[in-house]
Design a binder for this molecule. Structure first.
Ligand code: ADP
Ligand code: MG
Length: 564
C-alpha cells in the first residue's frame, strides 16, 4: 500500500460543511437517513451494473445495509455491500460537489440559519451531513470488480482536507464510520438508532439491519448477539398497496428519491395495467428548487424496470413543463438494458409519459378543487413552469387552461388567484372576449391607459407580467369558446356593448374631431398607420394600439431589449 495522500476539499465543500453543521444542527439525526440512502443507492447501482456484468456480484447477492455502534470507541458505522468506490471515485465524489448550479446555490445563501437550512435542504444534504454529529469520518471502500488489495480509505475531520490511502478490504462495498463529537452519545444506543432508522428508512427496498440484542442477567445490560436482523420492511414502497403505506412513509420515501429536506406537497400512487404495465409514485415538492430554470439541472423521475433501478433523472418520462415532479416509475415492459437514447424512441415510454402526465394533471386538479391553500402554494412555486405546458402539450391544453391562475382587475391586487372560468362567469352582457393586458409588472399593466374604458364599463381585465406569458398567449387562444384578446390590440368590440345613446354620442364626437384627426394623421403619417377617435380612453387624451395581427407593445419592448 502507498502512503496516505492529503488533498484539499473544493472551496464549495468547505463552505457547505461549515453551513451544514451550523444550520442543520436542530435536525442532526438526518445524517442517518442520508448515509442509509447512499448505501441503498450504491446497492441499486450495483444491481444495475450487474445486469451486464453478473461477475460483479461475486456470489454475494444479498444486498443489505448494516448499522452498528461501538460504545468504547464512540463510533457509528454504516456499511453496505453495494457498488463501492474506487480511489478516484472517492476523491471525486467525497471531495467535490459536481452538481450544476452549485455556484448559484452558494450565492443565494444569506447567513440566516433558517433560510439557509431550507436552501441546503433543496440542494441535498448528502454525505457531508455526517459532520453534523462527527468530528472525524472514515470511509473504507472497495469498488465491485476490483481486487481486495485495491480498497481505499478516506479520512477527514471536515475542516478543509482529507486523506486517502490504499487498503486491503476483504468485502466489496462501503463502510462509513462516524467518530462522534462530544455530547452526541445519545446515538450510541440500540434503541435510539432503531428508532431513527425506522422513521427514516422504512421505505428502503433493501434490508437495513442491526445486530440483535438480548438482556444479559449477569451483566445487567443489553448485549449484542451474533445475528443481524432487519429494522425495516425492506420491500420497495411503490410495490406495496396504498392501504399498507402510511403518509409518514410516503413522506420519507419522497425525501429519499428527491434528495429534498422538506415534506412533499402532494403525491399520487397508481398501478397501471393493460397494454402497458407500470407503477407510478409521483410527488410534487413544496418548494421550487433553486435550479428550476437551469438547463443542466437534475430533473425527472427515477426509472425502475421490474424493481431494478435503471437510472435517476429520467427526463423522458414526463414533459419538460412537469420537470418539478419527483418520484419513481417502475415499468414491467421496458428491457433491463434500456439506455437514455433508447428511452427517447420507445413507444412504451411514450405511453408511460402520456399516462403519467394525465396523473399529474389529475393530482393538480384535485388539489385545486379540494386543497385550495396547497394549490396556491403550488402555483406560487411552479405556476410559471406549468404555463409552459400550453405550448408544449397541445393535447392537454384544455385541462391546463383550467389550472391557470391570473391576477385581475377584479381583485385589485397582484395575487394570481382568478381562473378563466371565474372570469367567464363575470363577463358582461354582450361581452364575447376574455381581455388581458401584458406588461413588465403588475403595476405596469394595472395602470395602463388601455384599461380606462374597461374600467368605465366595469369589464374585468386579466393582468399578466410573467416572462412566459407571451409564449403562453401565443398558444392559448381560446377558453370556453371565448377568444383571449389583448386590450392593446385594435378592433375593440366594445362598441357592440354601447347602448344607443353612447353610439350617437360617439358619432357626434367623431364628427367634431375630424379636422384634428386629419391634422394628426398628416403629421404622424410615417409613424402610425391610422389615427382615429376611440371610445376606449376615459381620462387619458390618447394611446397607441397595435393591429390585431401585430406584436403587442410589451412583446416589442422585450424583443428590442433582447437585441432583435
Ligand atoms: P448524492 O447522494 O445526492 O449523490 P451525497 O453527498 O449523498 O450525494 O453522496 C455523494 C456521492 O458519494 C454519491 O453520489 C456517491 O457517488 C458517493 N457515495 C456516497 N456514499 C456511498 C456509498 N455508500 N457507496 C458508494 N458510493 C457512495
Ligand atoms: Mg445521498
Amino acid at each position: 500500500a502507498d502512503a496516505a495522500q492529503t488533498l484539499g476539499f473544493q472551496a464549495e465543500v468547505k463552505q457547505l460543511l461549515h453551513l451544514m453543521i451550523h444550520s442543520l444542527y436542530s435536525n442532526k439525526e438526518i445524517f442517518l437517513r442520508e448515509l442509509v440512502s447512499n448505501a441503498s443507492d450504491a446497492c441499486d447501482k450495483l444491481r444495475f451494473e450487474a445486469i451486464d456484468q453478473p461477475d460483479l456480484l461475486a456470489g454475494d447477492t444479498d444486498l443489505h445495509v448494516r448499522v452498528d455502534y461501538n460504545k468504547e470507541n464512540r463510533t457509528i458505522t454504516i456499511s453496505d455491500n453495494g457498488v463501492g468506490l474506487s480511489r478516484d471515485e472517492a476523491i471525486a465524489n467525497l471531495g467535490t460537489i459536481a452538481r450544476s448550479g452549485t455556484k448559484e446555490f452558494f450565492s443565494k445563501l444569506t447567513g440566516d440559519k433558517q433560510k439557509d437550512a431550507q436552501l441546503i435542504g433543496q440542494f441535498g444534504v448528502g454525505f457531508y451531513s455526517s459532520f453534523i454529529v462527527a468530528d472525524k469520518v472514515t470511509v473504507r471502500s472497495r469498488r465491485a470488480g476490483l481486487p481486495s488489495a485495491d480498497g481505499v480509505e478516506w479520512i477527514s475531520d471536515g475542516q478543509g482536507e482529507f486523506t486517502v490511502s490504499q487498503i486491503d478490504k476483504a468485502d466489496r462495498g462501503t463502510e462509513v464510520t462516524l467518530h462522534l463529537r462530544e455530547d452526541e452519545d445519545d446515538f450510541l444506543s440500540n434503541w435510539k438508532l432503531r428508532e431513527v432508522l425506522r422513521r427514516y428508512s422504512d421505505h428502503i427496498s433493501l434490508p437495513v439491519q442491526m445486530l440483535k440484542e438480548e438482556w444479559d442477567k449477569d451483566k445487567g445490560e443489553q448485549v449484542k448477539q451474533d445475528e443481524w436482523e432487519s429494522v425495516n420492511q425492506a420491500s420497495a414502497l411503490w410495490t406495496r398497496s396504498k392501504s399498507e403505506v402510511t403518509d409518514e412513509q410516503y413522506r420519507e420515501f419522497y425525501k429519499h428519491v428527491s434528495h429534498d429536506f422538506d415534506d412533499p406537497l402532494a403525491w399520487t400512487h397508481n398501478r397501471v395495467e393493460g397494454r402497458n404495465e407500470y407503477t407510478q409514485l409521483l410527488f410534487i415538492p413544496k418548494r421550487a428548487p433553486f435550479d428550476l430554470y437551469d438547463r443542466d439541472a437534475r430533473r425527472g423521475v427515477n426509472l425502475y424496470v421490474k424493481r431494478v433501478f435503471i437510472m435517476d433523472d429520467a427526463e423522458q418520462l414526463l414533459p419538460s413543463y412537469l420537470r418539478f415532479v419527483r418520484g419513481v416509475i417502475d415499468s414491467a415492459d421496458l428491457p433491463l438494458n434500456v439506455s437514455r437514447e433508447l428511452l427517447q424512441e420507445s413507444r412504451d415510454v411514450k405511453a408511460i409519459r402520456e399516462g403519467s402526465t394525465k396523473r399529474v394533471l389529475s393530482m393538480l386538479e384535485d388539489m385545486a378543487e379540494n386543497k385550495k391553500e396547497d394549490y396556491a402554494t403550488f402555483w406560487a412555486e411552479f405556476g410559471q413552469v406549468l404555463k409552459e405546458g400550453t405550448g408544449e402539450d397541445a393535447a392537454n391544453i384544455e385541462r391546463l387552461s383550467k389550472l391557470l391562475r391570473f391576477a385581475s382587475t377584479n381583485e385589485e391586487s397582484d395575487a394570481q388567484v382568478v381562473t378563466l372560468a371565474d372570469y367567464v362567469s363575470r363577463m358582461k352582457e354582450g361581452q364575447d372576449k376574455i381581455y388581458y393586458v401584458t406588461a413588465d409588472s403588475y403595476m405596469g399593466g394595472y395602470n395602463s391607459p388601455q384599461l380606462e374604458i374597461f374600467r368605465k364599463k366595469g369589464i374585468e381585465v386579466l393582468v399578466l407580467w410573467d416572462r412566459v406569458d407571451e409564449w403562453m398567449l401565443s398558444h392559448l387562444r381560446k377558453f370556453d369558446y371565448k377568444e383571449l384578446a389583448s386590450v392593446a390590440k385594435g378592433g375593440l368590440d366594445l362598441e357592440a356593448m354601447a347602448d344607443d345613446n353612447e353610439k350617437k354620442h360617439q358619432t357626434e364626437v367623431a364628427e367634431q374631431f375630424k379636422p384634428l384627426v386629419e391634422r394628426l394623421q398628416e403629421s404622424l403619417k410615417d409613424r402610425v398607420k391610422e389615427v382615429r377617435v376611440s371610445s376606449r380612453l376615459v381620462d387619458s387624451p390618447s394611446c397607441v394600439v397595435v393591429g390585431q395581427n401585430e406584436l403587442s407593445p410589451h412583446l416589442q419592448r422585450m424583443l428590442k431589449a433582447a437585441g432583435q
